[in-house]
Design a protein around this ligand. Structure first.
Ligand code: SAH
Length: 244
């Protein structure tokens, strides 16, 4: 049988930037260290878990987490009694996620597969689809939103999060976070790939989703506290529903 990794005769064009995957592969062993490059994800995790749980009711739900990385959100949702599948195209983050879940006896299905590929296999099978801090790393984010919509059952709940694109977001999310406060490695985010809430909302509507809420996630560098609020100028989350 042809090796899928070396056989390029019919390799489908995947919606992935391998340089982006490599960035996360390199850092993967520190994913669960709350004082590492992943500290911002650790800090926001309870806030976003509460937001998703309050809006979708996680216990007993079938959930798929797109771009799950080392599993902070996937495992958090499984700990709240959801039945979780996490997918990513980085093998090292997935290995870390599997080990971490196994260590604590938490059941999560982690798969190395693209969103579009699993959408073709499992269309309409999920009550909840999450895709957080991932869209800004992908060549065609609208296609990922479409795949997420396909994965949801009618009435299913979808959650996206990313970073806005405007001068303030450039100053806070790139200059501030990567160069001044050094919360994230330089080059983590690229300005041109950031996404305005209006663009994400349009992709949602194009995919047959209805946007129910958009909320901001702000960081106060003095108190080092993150909060969910109405200020979507830098980091934000969007909740949408698959209407039919
Ligand atoms: N969603 C997680 C991780 C965010 S980091 C969280 O919020 O905690 C971004 C993740 O997206 C990385 O794990 C990276 O490997 C993954 N990623 C980037 N491009 C991807 C793609 N095209 N398909 C699947 N995962 C991708």
């Amino acid at each position: 049988m042809a090796d899928p990794h070396t056989d390029t005769r019919q390799a489908p064009q995947r919606n992935v930037d391998l340089h982006e995957i490599a960035k996360f592969e390199q850092l993967a062993d520190r994913w669960w260290d709350p004082s590492s490059e992943f500290r911002p994800l650790h800090d926001i995790n309870p806030l976003r878990l509460n937001y998703i749980d309050e809006r979708a009711g996680l216990p007993g739900k079938r959930v798929i987490d797109i771009g799950c990385g080392g599993g902070l959100l996937s495992e958090g949702m499984a700990r709240r009694s959801a039945n979780v599948t996490g997918i990513d195209l980085g093998e090292a983050p997935l290995a870390v996620a599997r080990l971490h879940a196994a260590k604590d006896n938490i059941e999560v299905e982690y798969l190395n597969i693209a969103a579009e590929e699993i959408a073709a296999e499992r269309a309409g099978q999920y009550d909840v689809v999450t895709c957080l801090e991932m869209l800004e790393h992908v060549p065609d984010p609208a296609a990922v939103v479409r795949a997420c919509a396909e994965l949801a059952r009618p009435g299913g709940q979808l959650f996206f999060s990313t970073i806005n694109r405007n001068p303030k977001a450039f100053l806070f999310a790139i200059v501030g976070a990567e160069y001044v406060l050094r919360l994230l490695p330089r080059g983590t985010h690229e300005y041109a790939k950031l996404i305005r809430p209006s663009e994400l909302a349009q992709w949602c509507r194009d995919a047959g989703l209805e946007v129910r809420d958009t909320c901001g996630l702000t960081y106060n560098p003095l108190t080092q506290v993150y909060r969910l609020n109405r200020d979507v100028s830098v980091n934000y989350m969007m909740h949408a529903v698959k209407v039919s």
